[in-house]
Design a protein around this ligand. Structure first.
Ligand code: BGC
Length: 252
């Protein structure tokens, strides 16, 4: 199936039509700057602009940087607070005049990594995917199946949400060298490792591209590998999620 996958982020809204079988992008990735302030209405209009520019007609699926349950946004750690309780699927579907599915950005990116990226050979056991950007998002897999809506970036660590200590934005804000940031991130990984003891960690998001610069700081006693789908995981995973939603509707 071909479906428009969209990754809604704090700085950019990125989308492409994806072949959900292979995970390949059928069109070039289009990126539009996230509006500021990124209120629900403004983001919906930007999504419409992207949809129109791509010249696509059909169902759409989005990864969104918050917890989304039954189409409603529940948290707003790194997004405009007015998102809380917004019926995001309804808002986007009405704005586009098309069915739009929305799920957590880390869950869908992790889904793509497990299907066509670094996790494809790890369909047995426990895998934790962490996406490191403005915040830290998480997706937990057991034997390839997703345990949805986890928020491991908000584990309290050093007195605050862990993402404030070791997200990519914390690295920038504190002007840390990659090796210094790596030490911080390693402390956090050791904590998550102790709590959940996975067989594998996969690191995604912006920081995954710099893995070589901090990998020596990672002493955690569990294998850690960088994601392979890099910038595209959110788009590919969203499209795959959209396909699974459409299939569920068919069976209802
Ligand atoms: C949010 C998560 C999101 C992550 C990455 C966190 O602050 O709470 O829902 O997945 O950032 O965007």
């Amino acid at each position: 199936m071909q479906l428009l996958g969209v990754d809604i982020g704090g700085s950019g809204i990125k989308g492409a039509i994806v072949d959900t079988q292979t995970g390949e992008l059928v069109t070039e990735r289009l990126r539009i700057k996230t509006p500021s302030p990124a209120t629900p209405e403004a983001v919906a209009q930007t999504l419409k602009e992207l949809y129109t520019q791509i010249g696509y007609q059909g169902p759409v699926a989005c990864g969104f940087p918050a917890r989304v349950m039954k189409g409603v946004v529940q948290t707003a750690a790194n997004i405009d607070k007015s998102w809380i309780n917004t019926e995001v699927e309804k808002l986007f579907s009405e704005t586009l005049g098309q069915q739009v599915f929305v799920a957590n950005d880390a869950d869908v990116a992790g889904f793509a990594e497990m299907a066509v990226g670094a996790g494809r050979d790890y369909q047995k056991g426990q895998v934790i995917f962490l996406t490191i950007g403005t915040g830290i998002g998480s997706a937990i897999f057991l034997d390839g199946a997703l345990y949805p809506n986890s928020e491991l970036g908000h584990v309290i660590f050093k007195g605050d949400s862990a993402e404030r200590y070791c997200s990519d934005s914390a690295r920038e804000k504190n002007d840390l060298k990659w090796s210094e940031w790596g030490k911080r991130f390693n402390e956090y990984l050791c904590h998550i490792d102790f709590l959940l003891k996975p067989d594998l960690f996969i690191l995604g998001g912006g920081a995954s591209k710099k893995f070589e610069k901090y990998k020596d700081a990672l002493t955690v006693d569990t294998k850690v590998i960088p994601a392979q789908t890099l910038n595209f995981a959110g788009i590919i995973g969203a499209a795959m999620y959209g396909e699974s939603c459409l299939k569920q509707l068919e069976f209802k």
